[in-house]
Design a protein around this ligand. Structure first.
Ligand SMILES: [Zn+2]
Ligand SMILES: [Zn+2]
Length: 247
């Protein structure tokens, strides 16, 4: 079978994410729009991943769990994992390095932890956007050490990207690079590329995706993630960038 994967999306836990973008709503919309694998990647937190897991089960979507971490250099990096528990533990590592700035809800929007039925479980008090006390090198190494995929986000954007913060691709091991348009102007040094929605609002879900093959399902819950890992290693994902990037 061919999987259609959208690997970068924000829920209502991200302050810039719409309050109506609950994990259950996001997954419902993605399923309607033909997505078969989806990742939840809130800024510096994985706390909505348990609700996302249940929602994906309900809608028959293969889930991937992670964060979009802001590094010391203010670069956004995706860390993706096969299982909820791995993402929650990763989220702890990130949170321990997140500066303790109080979140100004009025000014920056809500940071809401919900369950799969949109009940509010908690309001995150610490502002989730700042750079953590770890470099891109450290974030990449720690993600890989934990068995995750590490993918610098939107490398071609004019903010919070490798190109805006460094201007070149550092000599670090990455699983892939995320781009928002083609062709890519930067030298990607033969890394596999992905594109994804980076949706903060319901309308943006499933606006970009990648496709790659997976063998017939064996029932192993890690099989879809392993198929993604293999596709990146073999450079097989096809990118679908249907709409232009508003950046
Ligand atoms: Zn970002
Ligand atoms: Zn994002």
């Amino acid at each position: 079978m061919i999987l259609r994967a959208d690997l970068h999306n924000h829920s209502c836990l991200s302050p810039c994410g719409d309050l109506y973008n609950s994990p259950s709503r996001m997954v419902e919309l993605a399923a309607q729009r033909g997505i078969t694998m989806m990742a939840l990647t809130d800024h510096n937190s994985a706390r909505n991943c348990p609700a996302f897991a249940v929602s994906c089960r309900r809608h028959g979507i293969f889930p991937v769990f992670g964060t979009e971490t802001t590094t010391q250099e203010e670069i956004h990096v995706l860390s993706l994992f096969a299982e909820v528990e791995e993402a929650l533990q990763w989220g702890e590592w990130v949170y321990q390095r997140l500066p303790d700035f109080h979140h100004d809800q009025e000014r920056f929007g809500d940071q809401v932890v919900v369950d799969e039925d949109e009940n509010i479980l908690d309001i995150e008090e610490r502002y989730l956007i700042p750079g953590i006390d770890a470099s891109i090198e450290e974030v990449a190494q720690e993600t890989l050490r934990r068995g995750g995929l590490v993918i610098p986000a939107h490398i071609d954007r004019s903010a919070h990207s490798i190109s805006s913060q460094l201007g070149f691709l550092p000599d670090t091991t990455f699983s892939a690079l995320e781009v928002t348009r083609l062709p890519v102007e930067m030298d990607t040094r033969n890394h596999p590329l992905i594109c994804s929605s980076d949706a903060h609002f319901p309308d943006d879900i499933a606006r970009r995706w990648i496709t790659f093959p997976m063998e017939d399902s064996t029932g192993d819950p890690r099989q879809p993630f392993n198929a993604l890992v293999r596709a990146l290693q073999e450079h097989t994902p096809a990118l679908s960038i249907a709409s232009g990037d508003p950046a």
